[in-house]
Design a protein around this ligand. Structure first.
Ligand code: CP
Length: 304
């Protein structure tokens, strides 16, 4: 791998290799090996044009734990505000001899654009572009599930919420379908579901009570208000009544079903606090796994 833009074209062997590498890093960390020198002398730049807590922090921690030099580009105080174009920004930063650019942008396709225009030695990692892809989130979700359920082919995975605007849903679908889950269900209000042609092989529906029934994994999504035209925004109380994951609704899933959410969570809109903080919630495990997945990706792309 030179770049990581999407999981769409990665085969199962590549996904499993990345998950195995992340798991090995997690186990090593649990046994006290938190720092490695695999990226000593390498320089990684976090270039986040959209807000982030989990992804940006975990990429920074991951790079530091591999002994890379890390720069967090401060967009708010950068010359982007003086009108510098994305391409000029890219070439300016590259002139400082970077090894990797980790980019998040509201426009889908921005990481691809950077691959096309970046110097040949620079790796580009997509940290989320529009509603297109969030590949490291797909990987960390798969790792979290695999830590609890060994056989993907025995699993029904339901993703519920604002699927239309969700890059997480798309990367999760790519990861879980390639890893061979038995059934993938996508649920949400009709207005927030994409066309079935985008997700061949998935079951789409708007009845969450029916879709959650028997699910082994339930992945809840945030309403992406920042990507929505106002007319799509549902009434939050009505939305919670039909699509919120409550304890009562979770009882319809398979016993001990895993509850995931990429965060940030909207308590009382897509998930009840009793579920987000409950025994079936794996949300903070997802966050912890994010560091190991990002270490694995950085090591895979950059280690000599
Ligand atoms: N899951 C995720 O991308 O979270 P952040 O927006 O906080 O990075």
């Amino acid at each position: 791998l030179r770049h990581l833009i999407t999981l769409q074209n990665l085969n199962a062997a590549t996904l499993v290799h990345l998950l195995d590498r992340a798991e090995a890093l997690r186990v090593a960390s649990a046994h006290g090996t938190r720092k490695l020198d695999l990226l000593h002398g390498r320089t990684v730049l976090n270039l986040f044009f959209e807000a982030s807590t989990r992804t940006r922090t975990s990429f920074e921690l991951a790079a530091r734990r591999l002994d890379a030099d890390v720069v967090n580009f401060d967009i708010a105080n950068s010359s982007t505000n003086k009108g510098e174009t994305l391409l000029d920004t890219l070439h300016t930063l590259e002139a400082m001899h970077l090894d990797a650019l980790i980019v998040r942008h509201r426009e889908g396709g921005t990481p691809d654009f950077m691959v096309r225009h970046a110097a040949s030695g620079v790796s580009v990692i997509n940290a989320g572009d529009g509603h297109h892809a969030h590949p490291t989130q797909g990987l960390l979700d798969a790792l979290t599930v695999r830590q609890h359920r060994r056989n993907f082919d025995a699993l029904t995975v339901t993703i519920c919420g604002d699927v239309l605007h969700s890059r997480v849903a798309r990367s999760d679908v790519h990861a879980f379908s390639t890893l061979g889950v038995r059934e993938l269900r996508l649920c949400g209000p009709r207005a927030l579901l994409p066309g079935a042609e985008e997700f061949p092989g998935c079951v789409l529906g708007d009845d969450f009570d029916a879709m959650v029934a028997g699910s082994d994994v339930v992945i809840m999504l945030r309403l992406q208000k920042e990507r929505m035209i106002a007319t799509l925004l549902p009434d939050e109380d009505a939305y919670f009544a039909r699509y919120g994951l409550t304890s009562a609704r979770l009882k319809r899933a398979a016993p001990g079903a895993l509850v995931l959410h990429p965060g940030p969570i909207n308590r009382g809109i897509e998930i009840a606090s009793e579920v987000a903080d409950g025994v079936q919630s794996r949300i903070l495990e997802q966050v912890a796994n994010g560091v190991f997945v990002r270490m694995a990706v950085l090591a895979e792309l950059l280690a000599r």
